[in-house]
Design a protein around this ligand. Sequence first.
Ligand code: PLP
Length: 418
Amino acid sequence: MLTPELIASDNDWAPVRMQFPILDQEVFKKPLAYLDNAATTQMPLRVLDTIRHHYLEQNANVHRATHELSGRSTNAFEAARDTVARYIGSKSSNTIIFTRGTTDSLNMLAQMLERKWGASFSALVSTLEHHSNFVPWQQAARRTGGSFATIPLDAQGDIDLDAYAKLLDELPVGIVSVAHVSNVLGTVNPLAQIIEMAHQRGWLVSVDAAQSIRHERVDVAALDCDFLSFSGHKTLGPTGIGVLHGKEELLNELPPVAFGGEMVDTVRTSGTTFESAPLRFEAGTPNYVGAIGLAAALDYLELLGRDVVAEREHALLDYAEQRLGEIPGLQILGTPQKRAGVLSFSVEGVHPFDIATLMDKMGIAIRAGNQCAQPLLNEVYSLSSVARISPAFYNTFEEIDRAIDALERALSICRPAL
Ligand code: PLP
């Protein structure tokens, strides 16, 4: 239960929470506790103001016109690319391709490698991946007749590194694509080790940072990952914008898979040549306002202090884990060595949708479903769905307490005998 320290901590964060007015409302006449941040985060006023300012003062298409407004818009867009590069520790903005989100980034990367490698396409993903980091690779392998395989997990929900080493040795060399943080178990994968093991054997590595970008420090130079993807809407930014980072020399060797304006160098009836990265991969008008909004979100996280944000999110998650552990019959999925961001749980005899629906009526927003990770849920845990709670730094310990009270009430309705 809440201690004076936790209440004081909530009070310290109250000014930050005021940046998120959406949180201050009622649903079903109950105060909202939004605990579905792994699905999407809320935008602070600073981001909304930045987007509004862009539309009010400097909106024009980028990279095209000679007029002043287009120049301002292009500068803001390219400054956003610089911000993203800095945020993830990349030395060059040329490594940053703006996409529609993580799913788009991973599909694009899989298709580019499919085109480059043809029948020798080979992808290795882990069993805990989101469908977005599973199906694009599986489909590319199917189309090319190449290889697609999965790395098993150990009993705790961590990647089995011995099995991983064996697969790297046995399979045709290709690309490993793994999540930094699992959206179901919260497992924080030992990326440095995973990347080093792959590189020692000549494999490329792609990191799905959709869940980690907000609460783990992501430094592509230190990690030496070849590619990294994430979405704006999971890190306080707008929807419809995401990032694919790739090492510049690798990107310039990859064929584009979408064609149109801006990505070309010369176009003749006899043939077309392409720009170098990143423009080569941004066909058509990019979502420049989304990119500018995303940069404002990353600036805001820097302003708060990335480590301070991470510490607060870990404290909220630890508290939620402790409180969930007090509920009889409730199973938290996985006991990974390091967990971040999410807790998925099931309760014997009660459907997760019933839990989430009843909690919703009490003002508590959590997620129930297969969490877009059917291989993990079905094949490892023999489950079709789970409930998931995912706090962000702007949540409070008091909201976690309210969520637990609501969960207990929901369970007392669903299993009155207990
Ligand atoms: N990867 C992970 C680990 C995720 O959690 C998600 C979304 O939940 C995605 C990829 C897909 O992200 P998006 O829907 O923003 O493309």
